[in-house]
Design a protein around this ligand. Structure first.
Ligand SMILES: CC(C)(COP(=O)(O)OP(=O)(O)OC[C@H]1O[C@@H](n2cnc3c(N)ncnc32)[C@H](O)[C@@H]1OP(=O)(O)O)[C@@H](O)C(=O)NCCC(=O)NCCS
Length: 142
């Protein structure tokens, strides 16, 4: 299969939302419009976005938030369940790392994908912290 990578923030956000529902990043069908608005704003306000396509189908996605001087964070790394284990995820991450080779990268990973990120060079940090209140107010979790 031919996989085409695109470095652009201008995405078809209906496709993005469908991909996020398919991996349960999003849960409630009734909130689709609200999710779509929040997600398109998040992508527009990110510094670097890479998407992967097979034909017209969006099959993978990742975005980077960074100060472009010291730190960078990876968000929304996702590959469509139908197209896993084709190295799409690895290539997406590598594009992020080579876009900002001099920055210190961070990310949050669920238990079941830590092995994937370890293969791309990340290590687990036992002191990561977050505000519980943030989870309660973020539209993605409510
Ligand atoms: C994690 C994810 C992005 C991996 O994408 P992918 O395109 O299937 O991964 P790749 O084909 O690039 O795999 C690269 C390597 O990681 C390994 N790998 C892939 N998924 C893995 C997993 N869940 N656990 C451990 N290793 C994994 C592959 O076997 C491969 O190993 P190799 O280089 O030795 O052959 C994908 O499974 C996904 O979207 N998961 C759901 C969404 C999610 O949880 N994202 C993370 C949010 S923080």
């Amino acid at each position: 299969v031919k996989i085409v990578f695109q470095e652009s923030k201008n995405l078809d956000f209906d496709k993005v939302v469908d991909l996020f529902y398919s991996v349960r990043f999003l849960r409630y069908p009734k909130k689709r419009d609200e999710y779509k608005a929040a997600i398109s704003k998040a992508f527009k306000n990110s510094q670097y976005v890479v998407s992967a396509y097979i034909g017209e189908e969006l099959v993978g996605l990742v975005r980077v938030l960074t100060d472009e001087s010291l730190f960078a964070t990876v968000w929304n790394m996702v590959v469509s369940p139908k197209h896993r284990n084709l190295n799409i995820g690895k290539k997406l991450i590598h594009k992020c790392l080579s876009r900002y080779p001099d920055l210190h990268f961070f990310l949050f990973a669920d238990d079941d994908v830590q092995g994937f990120f370890e293969k791309t060079g990340f290590k687990t940090h036992k002191h990561g912290m977050y505000l519980e209140h943030g989870r309660k107010v973020c539209i993605l979790y409510n």
